[in-house]
Write a protein that binds this ligand. Sequence first.
Ligand code: GLY
Length: 353
Amino acid sequence: MEQKVIFTSDINISLSEYIKDIDYDHIFILTDTHTKETSLPVIKSFTDELKDYFLITIPAGDDNKNIESLNHIWIELSKNGATRRSLMINLGGGMITDIGGFAAATFKRGIKFINIPTSLLASVDAAVGGKTGINLNGLKNEVGVFKTATQVYISTEFFSTMDNENLLSGYAEMLKHGLLESENYFNKLISYDVTRGDFESLLPLLEESVNIKRKVVDIDPYEKGLRKALNLGHTVGHAFESFCMAKEKPVLHGYAVAWGLICELILSNKQCGFPSSVLHEAATFIKTNYPVAYFTCKDYDILYDYMTHDKKNDNGFINFSLLNNFGDIELNRSATKEEIEIMFDIFRDLMGI
Ligand code: GLY
């Protein structure tokens, strides 16, 4: 599962150097309709230097991470002469790195691919660690394989086209990594002003975050144990995401994760003695920087229901990854319905809703 992650402030030079050293016959670049306009121009000097490459574009948006888009990618690869020596470059957010990785992993039983994540969320999460796949029948990431990109290029050059909302969304996964790692790194994260667009200071924080994820994935690439720690905040987060979607007020993934993190720190505090002072610091950061999660006690049942349907559950128990303290992880924890209701009460109190 060896995967090289390159942090660069000049993506064009980094790609040109890489391409000189590898054996390939054709290059295919995958974008969506959005990254074709915003991110392809960023690598123009590299694409100008390539004598020829083939561009495949699919419609933007997570709803298009589906079998139709996958079929389109496979057909374009096949029609345009892709062989086992071809290289695919996935240029986009998590939707592109997920579906592009899956297409490359399965075409002719697997061709090389590299990921160039263009959003903060994809840089800290989807592009790294080898999860690929598509949604099916309304279920997210229902079909896929573990297959790592040979290289991942992370450059903040793409982030200038990202709005504050998407920056905050990616930052929630960094906060998760901070909690999973150390007080020192977490404190650096909550001291950084995420909306200022200071990407020079963001890059070292981002590098630390990606390395935390890589450390976990190296130990447990197939999520048999430790990798479940990366689900911190996501059991409740996914319930918030589904709840908002059902109300036709969808929220960005990272917003739901940010709210889910606070809820799961509340559970960590109750069940494992996670320090109240840190819970309060984290809650203040989320309350200050993220929008409000609108729900009342009348919504607890439906949120609970979403949690019981989470595909990470085992034997009918809702499965949480909790913390005793920074970096001290408790996997496979559960909670009663009553504990979950108390968790929501405390969350609403902390968030002032
Ligand atoms: N997104 C969590 C993981 O890659 O395992």
